[in-house]
Design a protein around this ligand. Structure first.
Ligand SMILES: NC(=O)c1ccc[n+]([C@@H]2O[C@H](COP(=O)([O-])OP(=O)(O)OC[C@H]3O[C@@H](n4cnc5c(N)ncnc54)[C@H](O)[C@@H]3O)[C@@H](O)[C@H]2O)c1
Length: 347
């Protein structure tokens, strides 16, 4: 049996507790050796639930001789300082999305990890969902032809309690409301996953953005409604509509439109129309492509990162990819602030 990657958890709040820790425990090649949170009860409940030692001191994690990598699941404005500290201590970093609040912070994280010779990856785990993989396979096979449109549609109805305690109330906090601490609202918090996975699926890069956003119904600094238009390097047009205050909410509705078909992302399936033969679908009509009942994208993310460490390869989603996803979001925010079009450099 191969050695498991030994992980220290920095931040044991909502996502670490309900998702990442379980994914690590279920993984074939990683294990947790210590949990750390600045709030003592959050650290101790994590340690007791997952049967790992716990602490409130980040130095206990970074000086731990067994810890090879850290998972950073802290508020967005802390991603940079914690990543830089971990890199300087020689630990590989798996950081939650978004990479940071600003591109400058992201650059410093990437540089610190590069200088220290450690790997940095951003948990944009939606790339590993069965739905994403299937959509990529269809696009690569030419099912939709040349892509002309990308649609991102997230109409969420986040309860008031979300802003001070997330979905579970595990941690009482205010960072999600603050622009400085979170970098923004629904766009950076949720849409970043979709924008990242559509980059992965299509290979298209946005070259300019125009956006409007506002805060209509929520007592927060961050936006609760945003609309954005992107132009891509092949000429395709992207449209974003996202809200965290859409009363009643609606399931997500993303779509890829091409010259020969469309792919609709539904909750547990893809709906695909193609005019092409030999795609494995019926041409000229809508096909339903079901997704597996059980899907473990976070576990795959962890396993692939552990594989990257053990084989000394770059991870699938390195810091640069996390930065690119953030760049799309930042361009929309800049556009919305100035009511002007923002160019996005191709790198
Ligand atoms: N990948 C996903 O799908 C997904 C889903 C939800 C959240 N997230 C991301 O995970 C991160 C955390 O979100 P959350 O919902 O768990 O937030 P949270 O507020 O529930 O938890 C954050 C934790 O970080 C702790 N913390 C604060 N300062 C710290 C420090 N200096 N060192 C260590 N811990 C510290 C807090 O005490 C808190 O327990 C964010 O980046 C968020 O966007 C990702």
């Amino acid at each position: 049996m191969t050695e498991k990657l030994k992980i220290g958890m920095i931040g044991c709040g909502e996502i670490a507790f309900k998702s990442t820790a379980k994914a690590i425990q279920a993984s074939r090649n990683a294990e947790m050796v210590i949990g750390m949170d600045t709030i003592a009860e959050v650290a101790s409940s994590f340690g007791e639930t997952y049967d790992v030692p716990h602490t409130t001191e980040v130095d206990d994690v970074l000086s731990h001789p067994d810890v090879e990598a850290v998972v950073i699941s802290a508020p967005h404005f802390l991603h940079e300082p914690l990543t830089v500290q971990a890199a300087r201590a020689g630990k590989h970093v798996m950081c939650e999305k978004p990479i940071a609040c600003t591109l400058e912070q992201a650059d410093r994280m990437i540089a610190a990890c590069r200088d220290a010779g450690v790997l940095l990856s951003i948990n944009l785990m939606t790339r590993y969902s069965a739905q994403t993989e299937k959509a990529k396979e269809l696009v690569d096979a030419g099912a939709v032809g040349r892509i002309i449109g990308l649609q991102f549609h997230v109409m969420a109805d986040k309860p008031e309690s979300y802003w001070t305690g997330g979905y579970t109330g595990r941690v009482k906090t205010d960072w999600r409301m603050s622009r400085e601490k979170s970098g923004g609202g629904v766009l950076v918090m949720n849409l970043i996953h979709d924008m990242d996975r559509f980059r992965y699926i299509t290979g298209l890069e946005a070259v300019r953005a125009f956006a409007e956003f506002d805060t209509f119904c929520t007592d927060t600094e961050v936006e609760d409604y945003v609309s954005a238009t992107y132009r891509y390097d092949n000429g395709a047009i992207g449209s974003v509509t996202a809200a965290s205050c859409a009363r009643g909410g609606v399931a997500h509705g993303n779509r890829i439109t091409g010259t020969d078909g469309q792919i609709l992302f539904e909750r547990r399936e893809l709906k695909v129309f193609t005019r092409k033969e030999n795609i494995g679908l019926k041409p000229g009509e809508w096909n339903t492509v079901p997704m597996p009942e059980e899907d473990y994208p976070v576990q795959r993310y962890v396993e692939r990162f552990a594989d990257a460490v053990s084989s000394n390869q770059q991870p699938d989603i390195p810091g640069e990819e996390g930065r690119k996803a953030l760049e799309l979001v930042v361009a929309a925010y800049r556009s919305g602030e100035n009511h002007s079009m923002v160019e996005i450099p191709l790198s």
